[in-house]
Design a protein around this ligand. Structure first.
Ligand code: G
Ligand code: G
Ligand code: MN
Ligand code: NA
Length: 254
């Protein structure tokens, strides 16, 4: 078994698929968007989660073509949902540090938007703190280009990187997604509550959208609402699921 060799053909053999997980605004009672999460449907092994192969994609450079495909595929799917008359959702795509550094990100985004004719404001890219705090000049250039195109940037796993907060002021960022490590025990752990409350207060003052990741229990959502976080993502509402299941589960009347 050679995953690396198999991965070289995965794209052309249509073995890569995107699962989607909803971002839910619990105050409005509305699904705001979907995060696209990569899966590999291996012919012998079945569905393989990205944790087992993203690093191979990065080490081999396959993340470049596959990363382009990811953005295109997410835009294509969003467009299908729009055509079907579902409520307009934004779609978020995770970007690898290798992809971010490669100088093709802006071109890939432009291509995908041109192909799908998607309104740019419905596409979001998820970046992590660590990948944007190196090489500030270059990062600022890329983020300004993305902003100019009209797409949103989210900081994924917020609070876990090795970085100062000064980048929140320097960079055009739309959303922070509070890492699920802080949310896991948020319904009873005083320290996590203090941290998350501070993140929310800061985010609101800076006019950032805030999403809490990894919400699995009603009580977590209750607390988050109380401290002003309206949008959540997690198993409580849905695991990441294939596009058709996402539709059926979330828009059962269609
Ligand atoms: O979906 P799951 O929980 O198994 O994802 C595990 C990790 O893989 C997460 O950190 C997630 O951000 C990452 N990941 C999932 N899909 C993609 C993708 O399309 N591109 C990149 N770069 N990372 C992804
Ligand atoms: O690193 P990133 O935040 O992109 O990781 C996203 C991954 O987190 C998804 O692939 C999903 O499998 C996982 N995830 C999403 N919701 C939950 C949750 O409620 N609990 C846990 N433990 N993991 C979750
Ligand atoms: Mn993510
Ligand atoms: Na995340």
């Amino acid at each position: 078994l050679n995953l690396e060799k198999d991965l070289r053909y995965a794209l052309e053999r249509d073995e890569l698929i995107l699962y989607y997980q909803p971002l839910v605004n619990v105050v409005k009672g509305r699904i705001m968007g979907a995060e696209a999460l990569l899966r590999w449907n291996h012919p012998k092994l079945g569905i393989i989660p990205p944790g087992e192969f993203i690093s191979i994609l990065e080490d081999t450079g396959l993340i470049i073509p596959i990363g382009e495909w990811l953005i295109q595929e997410a835009c294509r799917q969003q467009n299908i949902w729009v055509q079907k008359g579902l409520p307009a959702l934004s779609v978020s795509v995770n970007i690898s540090p290798v992809q971010f550094k490669s100088n093709i990100l802006v071109k890939a985004v432009n291509n995908a938007l041109a192909h799908s004719k998607l309104n740019p404001s419905f596409l979001k890219l998820e970046l992590t703190e660590n990948m944007i705090v190196n090489n500030i000049g270059e990062t600022l250039k890329i983020l300004n280009e993305l902003k100019h195109i009209g797409i949103g940037v989210s900081i994924d796993d917020f609070g876990t990187g090795y970085s100062s907060l000064s980048y929140l002021k320097k960079f055009p960022i739309e959303t922070i997604k509070i890492d699920r490590a802080f949310i896991k025990e948020i319904d009873y752990d005083r320290q996590d509550q203090a941290i998350v409350k501070a993140i929310i207060d800061m985010g609101r003052s800076l006019k950032l959208d805030i999403v809490a990741e990894g919400t699995e229990r009603d009580r977590q959502i209750h607390y988050l609402r109380e401290v002003g976080c309206e949008t959540v993502q997690g198993y409580f509402f849905s695991r990441p699921v294939p596009a058709d299941e996402f539709e059926k589960q979330l828009f059962p009347w269609n």
